[in-house]
Design a protein around this ligand. Structure first.
Ligand code: PLP
Length: 468
């Protein structure tokens, strides 16, 4: 059963505008959408790849955060997935927002969010963006260099400044320290300059790198933050704000949270938090900037197999009718090398679209079988490829553009019964995917369908939160 939420949200799915959000499990939603698509008869783009976003998953991640890190207020990193429903849900849940640009700030303000719930967490900002932040009352912002201080003095002199320090990001998939963060030896000079300019430095921030796989990076970072607090005292500042950044993942969150809690106790021992978190008696406020953590698991992407090339059978056909008498060796070598699978699938989303995460976010994606010979076959409980007792064959998977960099998977194993017009499913597609997708080759970016989740308490909560 599905039910409608808010017709005012209909524009997010224009072709089926009167029912933009459903209730039901992801599997039910996939089944439902696929039954509406007739690949043999649909209009152009009718079989486009599409996401299903499970809003209940985002809700559960929030509860998990509050359970594990009650002292740390999450400021969701909008860049990770600026989907309007996600922002709306998180706004209702009471999170803050980490914005990287004027555009992100506008999206958040347009929801009626108070500017105090925004941190403009980009240490290198355009002057016009700084002026606009000042105009709209967004005060919290990060810096990590002298020139930024001059810019802020000129355009936003009442800003509440947070010094972003460099931490060890060598145990993270995406290393942000290559670009941002003041080395510890530079921190005193930056603070001294801020003082000379009479700027209001309120705290310290760090980011251990996105996709952090060693929780100890957080301990090391909190220790450096403590040192930066002490340096600030020497420069005449009394800091009361700590931003522990992003880097959290679904799989290791409890471990990171434990290390973080212990590190906060060890390096900020004098800080006694008020009941309910948030503020300690001497005023230390702690925020985090989780992105991936909230959304990665909440989105799946279904892609249609639009074409297929079987090197073996194509070569056999070519050999049967070979009027130019090309040698057998030449024919075979054009389709076969040891590391190149014979079967190539072409699907209708690739690295210029949602799968840009392969290039930009260092992801390795693994498809599951969504339909097999046009029959729904998705089994969320099974590991990829998600089918039992099937004969698997080596294959590669490619995107729809005419560029050969558009390779989604150079080698994997899928059932040999898979046909053109069957569907593949990719789980964990919510982080750093849609936000950086392009329209290269005149292709449309994949649209999102939403569900509030399988019927039950979580879905009811999500419905209420979205409606308020
Ligand atoms: N904060 C800042 C300043 C970032 O640059 C990023 C990601 O690039 C994030 C937070 C979110 O990181 P993650 O998605 O790893 O939590």
């Amino acid at each position: 059963s599905s039910s409608k939420i808010g017709p005012h949200l209909a524009h997010f799915w224009p072709e089926d505008g009167d029912e933009p959000i459903y209730s039901g499990s992801v599997s039910e939603q996939l089944h439902k959408v696929l039954t509406q698509i007739n690949v043999d008869e649909c209009a152009a783009n009718g079989e486009n790849a599409f996401f299903i976003a499970d809003m209940a998953e985002v809700y559960r991640q929030h509860l998990r955060w509050m359970r594990e890190l009650p002292r740390v207020v999450p400021f969701y990193a909008v860049k990770c997935n600026p989907d309007p429903y996600i922002l709306r849900l998180l706004a209702s849940l009471g999170t803050g927002f980490d914005c990287a640009s004027n555009g992100e700030i506008q999206s958040v303000l347009q929801m009626g969010i108070h500017p105090d719930r925004i941190i403009y967490a980009n240490p290198c900002k355009a002057a016009s963006f700084v002026r606009n932040a000042a105009k709209q009352g967004v005060k919290l912002t990060t810096f990590d260099n002298l020139d930024e201080l001059d810019k802020i003095k000129k355009f936003h002199p009442t800003a509440k400044l947070v010094i972003r320090i460099l931490t060890d990001d060598s145990k993270s998939v995406c290393q942000l320290g290559l670009k941002f963060g003041a080395p510890m030896q530079v921190v005193p000079k930056l603070l001294q300059r801020a003082r000379e300019l009479n700027l209001d430095v309120v705290g310290v921030s760090f980011h251990v790198g996105s996709g952090c796989y060693d929780a100890n990076s957080f301990r090391d970072a909190v220790q450096r933050a403590r040192d930066a607090f002490d340096m600030a005292s020497e420069a005449g500042y009394s800091l009361d704000f700590l931003d522990v950044g992003g880097g959290y993942a679904h799989e290791n969150f409890e471990l990171i949270a434990k290390v973080l809690r212990t590190a906060l106790d060890d390096f900020f021992p004098d800080v006694d938090f008020a009941p309910g978190g948030r503020l300690c008696p001497d005023g230390l406020r702690i925020i985090g900037e989780p992105g991936r953590y909230y959304v990665q698991k909440a989105f799946v992407l279904a892609a249609n197999i639009i074409a297929r090339r079987d090197g073996t059978s194509d070569a056999e056909t070519a050999q049967e009718s070979n009027p130019l008498q090309i040698s057998d060796a030449a024919l075979t070598s054009s389709v076969t090398t040891d590391d190149k699978p014979q079967v190539m699938y072409y699907q209708n989303d690739g690295v210029y679209g949602a799968f840009n995460c392969i290039l930009f976010d260092h992801q390795i994606v693994q498809p599951k079988v969504l339909t097999l010979q046009r029959q729904f076959a998705y089994r969320p409980d099974l590991p990829a490829p998600g089918v039992e007792h099937q004969k698997l064959q080596a294959c590669s998977i490619w995107g729809p553009t005419c560029d050969s960099i558009d390779c989604v998977r150079p080698m994997t194993y899928l059932p040999n019964q898979l046909q053109v017009s069957d569907w593949l499913l990719y789980e964990n597609m919510g982080a750093y995917t849609i936000c950086a997708a392009s329209g290269f080759n005149g292709l449309q970016t994949s649209q999102v369908r939403y569900t509030i989740g399988a019927q039950g308490h979580d879905a009811d909560m999500v419905r209420t939160l979205l409606e308020c």
